[in-house]
Design a protein around this ligand. Structure first.
Ligand code: NAD
Length: 259
């Protein structure tokens, strides 16, 4: 690794498992201190990072709760130094439901975690970043931020909205030296993906193997995306390598999305 994030303090929401944990490992390998913010504990990731000599901490945070978000950023900054990198990664993939069967509660839960959570964490991070005169925010959206997907209207709508939010935040914060960009992953094998593929199989009357094969082969590369392939693009956006980029969204989809 090349220490591209040396001296940075990164807060990663939903960093206890899956893509968030992979980003935490990769950011740490590039020299960043790491705060994992999640509703579930992060013992395994923290033990691994600390074992490698990384300054790392866990802050309990439900990204939909403004008080927990504020307190989480304050606790992370008090322990590690002012947070100057934020990865808005926490999200849920459910509900898997047709629009006809959608309940208002399911719809609002997905929008609240995936979209409102991104706004609340950005708002909290911007206070510290403005004070430092620099900052960097990476929003983890999805390939479905640029297409539709049956039975996933709430998730799809929340991820399209994250792109609109990314562009707007980029414009609002550019004069403060804060860059805001997004990563759009294709399907990555994580607990999140397992859960949603099982739900698709149930609601569409197919086997999980059939859904998995369908999704695996849907891109020109005909494979799932690796965790580290999302993490390395996140490092690029979070580092000076992308210093002229803000308001951008990078597809990491094996060619599935090309616009
Ligand atoms: P995951 O379900 O494996 O992990 C999500 C993490 O977010 C968990 O640790 C969970 O505890 C946490 N979380 C959930 N709700 C939260 C809340 N309210 N507050 C704080 N933390 C919360 O998911 P993943 O597959 O690693 O996905 C990570 C991101 O990547 C998400 O934004 C997801 O939409 C996106 N994504 C994933 C895929 C994929 O195929 N896995 C594809 C495209 C985009």
């Amino acid at each position: 690794m090349t220490n591209k994030l040396e001296g940075r303090v990164a807060l990663i929401t939903g960093g206890s498992q899956g893509i968030g944990a992979a980003i935490a490992r990769r950011f740490a390998a590039e020299g960043a201190s790491i705060a994992i913010a999640d509703i579930q504990g992060a013992d395994a990731v923290l033990a691994e990072l600390r074992g490698a000599g990384v300054s790392a901490t866990y802050v309990p945070m439900d990204v939909t709760n403004p008080t927990q978000v504020r307190e989480g950023f304050a606790a992370a900054s008090a322990e590690l130094g002012p947070v100057d990198l934020l990865v808005n990664n926490a999200a849920i993939g459910t509900p898997v439901s047709s629009i006809d069967d959608m309940t208002i509660e399911e719809w609002e839960r997905a929008i609240r975690i995936n979209l409102t959570g991104t706004m609340l964490c950005t708002q909290a991070a911007a206070v510290t970043m403005r004070a430092q005169g620099h900052g960097n925010i990476v929003n983890i959206a999805s390939n479905v931020a640029r297409r539709g997907l049956p039975n996933r209207s709430a998730y799809v709508a929340s991820k399209w909205a994250v792109l609109g939010f990314t562009q707007t935040a980029a414009l609002e914060y550019v004069s403060a030296g804060i860059r805001v960009n997004a990563v759009l992953p294709g399907p990555v094998a994580t607990p999140h993906l397992d859960e949603v593929m099982q739900a698709h199989a149930r609601i569409e009357g197919r086997s999980v193997e059939d859904v998995a094969e369908d999704w695996r082969t849907s891109s020109p590369m005909r494979r799932f995306i690796e965790l580290d392939e999302i993490a390395s693009v996140s490092v690029f956006l979070a580092s000076a390598d992308s210093s002229a980029m803000t308001g951008q969204a990078l597809n990491v989809t094996g060619g599935l999305i090309m616009t």
